[in-house]
Design a protein around this ligand. Structure first.
Ligand code: SF4
Length: 467
């Protein structure tokens, strides 16, 4: 009965048409149509309008710029993160990632200046200054990030000046993150976080590089995934100088210029930083993804090739061949249960969506709907090339669109995050959590098994027969 009620058609907002593409058709969900062939082909590069502000009234699944900055910087484990704003901004992003730490747990707290009406009328700079003093006295952190939130942008507190004075007073790094929520959407926050990281990393190239040393950008050590990737790199003779920002510390970030290469996983959050590090520190970068067999192997071999050492390339190829064979045996166990089923994907960044499409293919499943919050034109070009005709592609979708296309396309399972879970469950569609709060690793060859097992458990749960 529930399914019958929710099958009523939802109209697509006219402003959203160019951000919805049906493969084999053209962009434009089409007002009132089932998504695709109707509507004008007014999209930009990648065949779809993306990297734009959300349409008013669309209730985007994206978070604000402050949240974007917070998710990128939060995994720096020995940093002290002070949110200059009302307590709500702080609680919204408290322990926001399932990032793990090999040392300090300081980052898992959320500290706030708890601004109230009086601070907003008379200014919050003195209160911020006192908060920094208190943090230094109680915790002696080597690095403090101060985040400006919406109200700070409105009243104009000079966060940079307060941080500069605190640096002088205490002799530690105190870095402002100019991230009022209204300054853009989540991807703007990523860029602002990148600016803050660059302030810590510095802009001075080092004289001697580590020939086999790399930085990993855009892996946040969710459920220990950075450690898994590091173990593979160790196998092929590659050392990780700094995780940016998974399981990172102030000292690691300071050593990042010693790396010979940057491996960029989450391009949406780290591409701008990688380009600046290439310009200023002369560190080249390659794009990687450690989700699924195909992309994990391509990434390990790609890193080895970029380092240009024949022995490392040979080790990477041999290691991947071994792991690929082991995974193939394992996936065979699941294929019988999953073959022919239809997947829908809605995630934050393009790289993850691309890897997931390939992972579903490895399981014998097809992707019938795929979308991202912050995908780039080049991501959508790849997506367009690897999905099958009829697949609906969405940028910056809203809940109504996700529900509509899941039902129209007959999706059996949705992969997404905390905000997408209830959409799937209320439609009686299975769900797999691939967001940053999760506590189980989905990266690397270990993640291949965890992912297949979770998809199998969710899709074939007996609960669906009772809806
Ligand atoms: S939109 Fe503004 S008020 Fe809301 S969480 Fe983001 S920074 Fe805070």
């Amino acid at each position: 009965m529930l399914r019958e009620i929710t099958r009523q058609k939802t109209d697509i907002l006219a402003e959203r048409a160019a951000s919805i593409l049906t493969i084999g058709g053209c962009s434009g969900g089409g007002s009132g149509d089932a998504g695709g062939e109707a509507g004008g082909c007014s999209a930009g590069a990648g065949g779809i309008a993306c990297e734009k502000d959300s349409a008013s009234g669309s209730v985007s699944q994206r978070a604000c710029a402050f949240c974007g900055a917070r998710v990128v910087l939060n995994p720096i484990t020995d940093a002290f993160h002070i949110i200059h704003g009302p307590i709500g901004c702080s609680s919204y992003t408290w322990d926001i990632r399932g990032s793990m730490s090999s040392s300090s747990d300081l980052y898992r707290n959320s500290f706030s200046t708890d601004m109230s009406e009086t601070d907003i009328i008379f200014g919050g700079e003195k209160k911020l200054s006192r908060a920094i003093d208190q943090a230094v006295k109680a915790h002696h952190p080597p690095l403090i990030f101060v985040y400006a939130t919406c109200i700070v942008g409105v009243i104009g507190d000079d966060v940079r000046a307060v941080c500069k004075a605190a640096e002088k007073r205490h002799g530690i790094r105190c870095v402002p993150v100019q991230s009022p929520g209204f300054s853009g959407h989540k991807a703007m926050g990523y860029r602002l976080a990148g600016e803050a990281i660059l302030e810590v990393v510095g802009s001075e190239p080092v004289a001697r590089r580590q020939a086999h040393g790399i930085n990993i950008l855009g892996d946040f050590n969710l459920a220990g995934e950075t450690w898994i990737v590091k173990s593979y790199l160790r196998e092929i003779g590659v050392n990780v100088v700094a995780g940016i920002t998974g399981d990172s510390t102030y000292e690691q970030l300071r050593r990042a210029p010693e790396a010979a290469l940057n491996a960029v996983q989450c391009a949406g959050s780290m591409h701008a930083l990688a380009r600046k590090m290439e310009d200023r520190l002369h560190i080249p970068y390659v794009n990687v993804s450690f989700y699924g067999i195909e992309d994990t192997c391509a990434s390990l071999v790609g890193i080895a090739e970029a380092l240009g050492d024949a022995a490392t390339i040979a080790r990477a190829e041999a290691f991947c061949a071994e792991q690929r064979a082991a995974c193939a045996v394992l996936l065979e166990r699941y294929r019988a249960n999953l073959e022919g089923r239809r997947a829908a994907i809605y995630v934050g960044g393009g790289f993850k969506a691309i890897s997931l499409i390939k992972q579903f293919r490895e399981l014998g499943m097809s992707t019938v709907m795929v979308g991202t919050q912050t995908g780039r034109p080049e991501d959508y070009e790849v997506i367009r090339d690897i999905v099958e005709p009829g697949c609906v592609v969405l940028d910056d979708a809203n809940p109504a669109e996700l529900e509509r296309f899941m039902l129209d396309k007959g999706a059996d399972i949705l992969v997404g995050g905390v905000k997408e879970r209830p959409l799937a469950y209320k439609l009686g569609v299975a769900f797999c959590d691939h967001n940053h709060e999760r506590k189980h690793p989905l990266a690397g060859f270990v993640g291949v098994e965890n992912f297949a097992a979770e998809i199998n458990r969710s899709l074939n749960s007996p609960v669906w027969q009772y809806l």
